[in-house]
Design a protein around this ligand. Sequence first.
Ligand code: NAD
Length: 512
Amino acid sequence: MTETSLESRTPAGLPEKIRHYIGGKFVDSLDGDEFDVLDPVTNRPYLRAASGKKTDVDRAVAAAKKAFDHGPWPHMLPRERSRVLHRIADIMESRGDQLAAMECFDTGLPITQAKGQAARAAENFRFFADLIVAQHDDAFKVPGRQVNYVNRKPIGVAGLITPWNTPFMLESWKLAPALATGNTVVLKPAEFTPLSASLWPGIFEEAGLPTDVFTMVHGYGEEGFAGDSLVKHPDVPLISFTGESGTGQLIFANAAPHLKGLSMELGGKSPALVFEDADLDAAIDATIFGVFSLNGERCTAGSRILVQRSVYDEFVERYARQAANVRVGLPSDPATEVGAIVHPEHFEKVMSYVEIGRSEARLVAGGGRPEGFEEGNFVQPTVFADVAPDARIFQEEIFGPVVAITPFDTDEEAVALANNTKYGLAAYIWTNDLRRAHTVAQNVEAGMVWLNSNNVRDLRTPFGGVKASGLGHEGGYRSIDFYTDQQAVHITLGEVHNPVFGKQEPPADSAR
Ligand code: NAD
């Protein structure tokens, strides 16, 4: 293998251990429990991380609640909070290279893509710093009689539970709006990838975020561990969760007794529909990038490609050739396009789907470990053609560099195939026919649709899925709505007409 040693790849500034962050300090678990964090290139443990339990979550929630109930953060002017958020973004930008190096090392993401994610994380803070200042709320007038207005308030301690794919960026996606709106938070990062989260405390302290506005508990999600304890905590009124659909269902049930506010960004098996009139060069480039970038560990990956039969053979042949050229390599190598899968457990899952695919469909590219990578979690970009709609590789989320290609004849069949899974996160449509593009977009069951476009989005747009892909939307003002309560205040102008029973009728035109 072309591997360099674990020691030579280890980024600078690694903490000696990954700990929780409560009361402005890094702390161990109360019971001292820890777990190994693995390097995805060799699967050797490189660090220990504190494993949080209910008692650690209790401690973090109590601190964050005190900061919410008695601290300055919820009462600061939006402009003041905005300044802190901009400072956070400045610091993140100045540490972009360190951040990307840690993310690349811990997750196995190619370094060039980790740098892009670090920049996006800073942009999330900048965006919500600006949005909270521009925020205005509704007022409703009944001329001469009433003014009604909306008083927006932070809710309390927000529980943020995040997955291991692009962990730092996804944490920023929740932290920025939760903090901008004046909440305090407990972050529970994913157990496979806790490294980059250990940078948050330093960034927040330097930016001047008051103590315990941000707290963090590491560890597993299951019952009795950190994630589950956060969901069940009575003093955490809202949970923003990103992860698998099955985990989302469990969290939904566990949060029900407390009637918590829930935002769920869940799994996907998103289709890319390629019609015969599409620009095939652009469609192939975009659909290659759409499933193999971020190691295929992307919630919006276009992992099912549906191609019109008249261009199907040409598409499959060209796609397979290009996929075979996608460069698998060490995550730290700037030339690498696909790095190492995050963890051996997930690697086994992806490889098991490659085996399933061999029995279900026609393998046209990849299908195993790349040559020269005998250890670690490396997978060749893998392409299956002629995949039937009832195949498991068509229906189930693999979350790796594996794609299923299926032919269709008519627009109706394309839409039916696109909608034939339990998921509904994203869809990509490639056609130069305007009417077809918009008709298909409107009939496809997906929270987000890209027309002749790869996966770019403006931060103001709603982000979220339908069906098993999610509940609610975040992004732009939708995030502000999720992290705030909207209290309606009603004022009577002029004379108050009290409808005193038995004495007087209410005025006929009184507004209700
Ligand atoms: P996961 O559901 O296994 O874990 C996500 C987080 O939830 C982790 O921090 C985990 O510790 C925690 N968790 C697990 N069980 C829990 C429980 N019972 N209670 C509370 N917390 C619990 O997901 P994953 O494997 O880390 O991430 C991959 C999944 O995330 C994929 O399905 C992917 O599509 C999805 N994802 C979705 C989006 C989106 O925006 N829709 C974005 C990124 C990833």
